[in-house]
Design a protein around this ligand. Structure first.
Ligand code: UDX
Length: 461
C-alpha cells in the first residue's frame, strides 16, 4: 500500500454481505492492487464478525454499517427490511468513507455489487465514476434481464425459449421463478433490482469468462457497457494447480491450520470426491443423510465441508468412522480454492453456487451438480448440457431430494464412467479458456481489467 503522504489511485469496492459475493469482490480488489492501485473493500461489520473473510492481502478492509451493528442479526430481518436498513445505513457510511478518502487518495472508481444499486447513487453524488459488479454468471443475469423486460410471465408455468439462452425447463430456471415466487417473493425484487438505474453506471463488470458465455455477454452488451473480468480467483491457482508457499500474496484462504491439504497430499491423483454446498444453501436433514450414505457407498475417498450449523444432520459417528479408516475427512470449512487446486481432487459435488462453479471450472475439476435453489438450477443446466463438465444429479421429485443411489451413480459416472473422459476433456478446455482470459493481459478478462484501470486511473502496471 502506498504511504498516505503520496497521492495514489484509489478504488473502493462495496460487496453484498454474503460469502460468495465478498470472495469474488475481494479477489477482484486484489487483482486491482496487483496493478498498483490502492483498493478498499467495505464489508458490513456484521459480515466481518460472522464470516470467514479470506486474507485481504494488500486490500484495505473498511467496515460499513448495514443498520444491524448493534448485534442484531441481519438475517432476522426480511429481505426487504434488511435491504432498506442497509440502504439507509450503508449510504451514510459510504458517504463518510468517500469524503474521508477525498484527501490524498481521491477515489477514481466506485465498484458496487449489483445487488446494491443505491451505492451507485452515492458514487454519482460524489462525482465518482461507478461500475456495477455482477457476481453471478451472465446466463442467469440474462434470464433476469428478460424477466425484467416482461418476456417471461412470473410465476413461470412451462419451459421457456428466451433470446441467447438454451431452452430452459422449469427445473432449469432460478428456483423462485416457477413455484418459489410465493415462498420467496422478495428475492425476485432483489435480483430485478440489479437493473435499477443500470443505464446510469459507467461500467458493468461480470465475474465470468467471455469464452464460457459469449452469446449471453454479446446480448447483454447490446444494452449495457459490459466487461467480463472473471475468474477473479488469484492467477497463481490457474497457472499452477498446486500453488504452495505461504509467500503467495494471492493466497486466497489461509490453508494453515486446516487439515485438508495435508490429508489430500497423501492421496492419489484424482482419487478424492470433494463436497460442499456453499455458505447459504441449506440442504434438508434427509438430503444430508442421503449424501452421507451415497459417499460411503461410492467407495471413493471424500472430503466434505459440512457447516457447523448442519453438523448434526450427518449420521452420528459418520465423521469418526470414515476419518478413522482414512476414507473420508469431514471439516466445517475448507480452504476451497486450495482443495480444488489440489491434484488429489477428482470430483466436486457442488450446489452450483456461482463462485464454487467458477472455481471448479477455472481449476478443471469435473462436477456433480446438486442445485438447491436461486440461480443454482440454471448453473447446473450449464454444467451438464452447455459446458459438459459434469453430470446433474436427478432429484426424486416426490421426496424432493437426491437419493444415495443417485449420488453413487453420478460420482462414478464422473470419475470412471463412459462420459468421464469427455467430461475431463471439457473441464480442461474451459480451464484453459479461463487461464487465457486472465493470463497475460491480452485475454478477454485481462484486457477488460487493464482498460478499466487505464480509463479511470492514471496508470496500470
Ligand atoms: C450464494 C448463493 O447461494 C449462490 O447460489 C449464488 O450464486 C452466489 O451467492 P454461496 O451459497 O455462498 O453463494 O455459494 P458460492 O457462490 O459457491 O460461494 C461460496 C464461497 O465460499 C466460494 O468462494 C467458496 O470457495 C467458499 N467456501 C465454501 C470455502 O472457502 N470453504 C467452504 O468450506 C465452502
Amino acid at each position: 500500500m502506498s504511504p498516505a503522504s503520496e497521492s495514489y489511485d484509489h478504488v473502493v469496492l462495496i460487496p453484498y454481505p454474503n460469502q460468495s459475493h465478498i470472495n469474488a469482490m475481494l479477489q477482484f480488489a486484489k487483482r486491482l492492487a496487483a496493478h498498483g492501485l490502492a483498493a478498499t473493500l467495505t464489508p458490513t461489520r456484521f459480515l466481518l464478525a460472522t464470516t470467514r473473510i479470506p486474507s485481504p492481502g494488500p486490500v484495505r478492509l473498511a467496515p460499513i454499517s448495514d443498520g444491524h451493528d448493534a448485534g442484531g442479526s441481519a438475517e432476522a430481518a426480511s429481505v426487504h427490511a434488511y435491504l432498506d436498513s442497509f440502504e439507509r445505513a450503508g449510504s451514510r457510511s459510504l458517504d463518510d468513507l468517500l469524503l474521508e478518502a477525498a484527501g490524498p487518495s481521491p477515489v477514481r472508481l466506485l465498484i458496487f455489487d449489483s445487488f446494491l444499486p443505491w451505492a451507485g447513487d452515492v458514487g454519482r453524488r460524489h462525482g465518482i465514476p461507478t461500475a456495477a459488479f455482477f457476481t453471478q454468471c451472465a446466463a442467469v443475469n440474462l434470464v433476469y434481464f428478460h424477466v425484467k423486460a416482461g418476456m417471461v410471465e412470473v410465476p413461470v408455468r412451462e419451459a421457456v425459449e428466451l433470446p441467447a439462452l438454451p431452452r430452459l425447463e422449469l427445473r432449469d430456471l432460478p428456483s423462485f421463478l416457477p413455484e418459489g415466487i410465493s415462498i420467496f417473493p422478495e428475492f425476485l425484487d432483489l435480483v430485478l433490482n440489479q437493473f435499477r438505474d443500470l443505464e446510469k453506471v459507467d461500467e458493468v463488470l461480470v465475474n465470468t469468462v467471455y469464452e464460457w458465455e459469449p452469446q449471453q455477454i454479446d446480448w447483454l452488451r447490446s444494452a449495457y457497457p459490459v466487461k467480463t473480468v472473471g475468474p477473479t480467483i488469484p492467477y497463481a491457482y490457474l497457472d499452477n494447480r498446486n500453488p504452495s508457499g505461504a509467500n503467495n500474496v494471492f493466497r486466497h484462504l489461509s490453508a494453515e491450520g486446516s487439515p485438508c491439504v495435508a490429508w489430500l497430499d497423501v492421496r492419489p491423483a484424482a482419487s478424492v470426491v470433494y463436497v460442499s454446498f456453499g455458505s447459504t444453501a441449506a440442504p434438508s436433514p434427509q438430503q444430508m443423510l442421503e449424501v452421507a450414505f451415497g459417499l460411503a457407498d461410492a467407495g471413493k475417498h471424500f472430503l466434505w465441508a459440512v457447516r457447523s450449523s448442519e453438523a448434526d444432520m450427518i449420521p452420528p459417528g459418520f465423521a469418526e468412522e470414515h476419518g478413522g479408516s482414512g476414507r473420508g475427512l469431514v471439516v466445517d470449512w475448507s480452504p476451497q480454492l486450495e482443495v480444488l487446486a489440489h491434484d488429489a481432487v477428482g470430483c466436486f459435488v457442488t450446489h452450483c453456487g456461482w463462485n464454487s462453479t467458477l472455481e471448479g471450472m477455472s481449476l478443471g475439476v469435473p462436477m456433480v451438480a446438486v442445485p438447491q435453489w436461486t440461480d443454482q438450477p440454471t448453473v447446473a443446466k450449464y454444467v451438464e448440457d452447455v459446458w459438459g463438465v459434469g453430470v446433474r444429479a436427478k432429484r426424486d421429485e416426490e421426496a424432493r431430494l437426491v437419493r444415495r443411489e443417485e449420488v453413487v451413480r453420478c460420482v462414478r459416472e464422473v470419475m470412471e464412467g463412459s462420459r468421464s473422459d469427455e467430461i475431463r476433456r471439457n473441464a480442461a478446455k474451459w480451464r484453459e479458456a479461463a487461464k487465457a482470459a486472465v493470463g497475460d493481459g491480452n485475454g478477454s478478462s485481462g484486457k477488460s481489467t487493464v482498460e478499466l484501470i487505464n480509463k479511470y486511473c492514471s496508470k496500470a502496471e
